[in-house]
Design a binder for this molecule. Structure first.
Ligand code: GLV
Ligand code: MG
Length: 335
């Protein structure tokens, strides 16, 4: 089965593809809702107009005694809502949990035709994806679903990070991956209790130089994993995402962490609190100044080849492609 990808892949040889309108599906924020709570479900139709993706969370943060209620609540909310262009995802329970099989079979049977993506937590290797891939294929056949349900893996175990390339290649159903910094920190025995973000003690201190203050710079705990995930995703036509940022009171740090992910190649992030929706929308939409400059590059090189100077900066085939990434995203945001 070959699935269409809404991901731009530049030609490797010869002139870049000519400009064309791409159907960019925006997924700047994957907004998590706990579907066992009726008052939360009641707000979903309004929410669907504000976010790119609504995700019904069935896994961590849902109490054990509410697992069935969350599953049935998700089905009710999927049935009751017209999601329009907004994506509908669910995060199911882990493969080794007592709930996962019913999560997938009930949801595929009841609302499989409306479901875009299943987010699979605690993925360790391609074998996890193969299992879910086959299960979804069986359920799609049994229920005659009109379109394939895609799989999104959370990268949140040391084993998963080690196997990230194989996970990305495991199935044509793969949609993308998200960094899961909380579980990953635990899996690696990192010494932090935070959900995403930095740590004040993870820093570099400049060498002592006479007459100068020693500069101290906090480092990004997640840079290595995000870069590794982005490479695995981009090489396989998938999208990469920053996961959760748990300190809802620190909008500034959330924005900085999301922006690093955006600049490194991520398409979006999870939003766990309504206050983070606006942050993700702002960060994962391209900056107007960057878009204007990128358009000047495309205009100056109509066939995408050669070299020109713009404001003293050299442009060539490679910067044409960089500019096209930004302009395509801007078009998607404007559509
Ligand atoms: C998300 O699931 C995380 O563990 O950070
Ligand atoms: Mg997790």
């Amino acid at each position: 089965m070959k699935l269409a990808r809404n991901f731009f892949r530049p030609l490797a040889i010869g002139a870049p593809e000519p400009l064309r309108e791409l159907p960019v599906r925006l997924e700047r924020m994957i907004h998590f809702v706990p579907p066992h709570l009726e008052k939360v479900r009641a707000k979903v139709p309004e929410l669907a107009g504000q976010v790119d993706v609504v995700l019904g969370n069935l896994e961590d943060a849902i109490p054990v005694e509410a697992k069935e209620a969350a599953r049935e609540g998700f089905i009710a909310m999927a049935r009751a809502t017209d999601f329009g262009a907004t994506g509908l995802w669910t995060r199911i329970n882990a493969l080794n949990s007592p709930w996962m099989l019913d999560d997938v079979t009930r949801i595929a049977a009841e609302v499989g035709g409306k479901l875009d993506v299943v987010m699979l937590p605690k993925v360790e290797g391609p074998w996890d994806i193969h299992y879910l891939d086959q299960l979804l294929a069986q359920l799609e056949a049994r229920h005659q679903l009109p379109k394939p349900i895609l799989i999104h893996a959370i990268l949140e175990t040391a084993e998963g990070v080690k196997n990230v390339d194989a996970i990305a290649q495991a199935s044509p159903r793969m949609h993308g991956m998200s960094l899961g910094p909380a579980d990953l920190a635990a899996s690696r025995a990192m010494k932090t209790t935070r959900v995403g973000g930095g740590h004040p003690d993870y820093k570099v201190i400049a060498d002592p130089v006479e007459g100068r203050d020693r500069a101290v710079a906090q480092q990004d705990l997640w840079h290595y994993t995000i870069a590794k995930m982005v490479d695995a995703c981009a090489a396989n036509g998938l999208k990469a995402f920053y996961g959760p940022f748990g300190d809802f009171s620190d909008a500034q740090a959330c924005e900085a962490q999301f922006r690093n992910a955006f600049l490194l190649g991520c398409a979006g992030a999870w939003t766990l609190h309504p206050s983070q929706i606006g942050i993700a929308k702002r960060v994962f939409s391209p900056d107007p100044g960057e878009v204007a400059f990128a358009r000047r590059i495309l205009d100056a090189m109509p066939d995408g080849s050669g070299a020109v100077m713009i404001d003293g900066k050299m442009q060539d085939d490679a910067t044409w492609k960089q500019a096209k990434v930004i302009v395509d995203l801007a078009r998607g945001v404007a559509a």
